[in-house]
Design a protein around this ligand. Structure first.
Ligand SMILES: [Zn+2]
Length: 185
């Protein structure tokens, strides 16, 4: 049956999927921040690691050795990045404690997103190197992307745009409330 479907999107089309590269360029080198030893003051993950209370960094939590940040240009609602606090480009440069902590954190954040957003699945992955799609090859980061049935629809397939139903600010608030993780002032 041929019928025209009406799409109601009661939110603004605020987020257009962009390459992480664009995100990297938009974030400026911040020489004022007391970046961790061996960190890079032009790296947004290093900046977030020492400035996690700053709402514009979109940090939702951290452990001793790793940090979780909302992706500013999400592929889907709830797209999180989990990264070591240390600026490391490859797995073998991490300590085994860091690797264990990262796995624990990935597990934790998949659980939090499950609870809050009730996705039907996840893509969890690591892009190693430019050729593999890493926009920030100097600092390892795992992507956690919640998935829903039908989330790859014509908007993303043809329009090359994705509608994300929730602002990053609102999502961060929700996550901080759920994890009881408000920055301590
Ligand atoms: Zn870094």
């Amino acid at each position: 049956m041929n019928k025209m479907e009406i799409i109601w999107a009661p939110w603004r089309l605020s987020y257009i999927v962009k390459e992480e590269e664009a995100e990297k360029k938009e974030r400026e080198t911040d020489t004022e921040l007391p970046i961790l030893p061996e960190g890079d003051c032009g790296c947004f993950i290093c900046q977030a690691a020492v400035d996690s209370d700053n709402v514009t960094r979109y940090v939702v939590g951290s452990s001793d050795k790793s940090i979780a940040i909302l992706n500013r240009y999400p592929y889907n609602n709830g797209h999180l990045l989990v990264a070591p606090k240390s600026h490391r480009a490859s797995l073998e440069l991490l300590t085994s404690e860091e690797r264990m902590d990262l796995m624990e954190q990935i597990t934790h954040w998949v659980g939090v997103l499950k609870q809050i957003l009730k996705p039907e699945g996840f893509n969890v992955g690591l892009n190693l190197g430019h050729v593999a799609g890493a926009g920030l090859p100097g600092h390892l980061h795992w992507h956690i992307v919640p998935r829903w049935n039908g989330d790859t629809n014509f908007m993303s397939a043809i329009g090359q745009a994705k509608v994300i139903p929730q602002s990053l600010e609102a999502l961060r608030e929700m996550i901080l409330e759920t994890t009881n993780n408000y920055p301590k002032k």
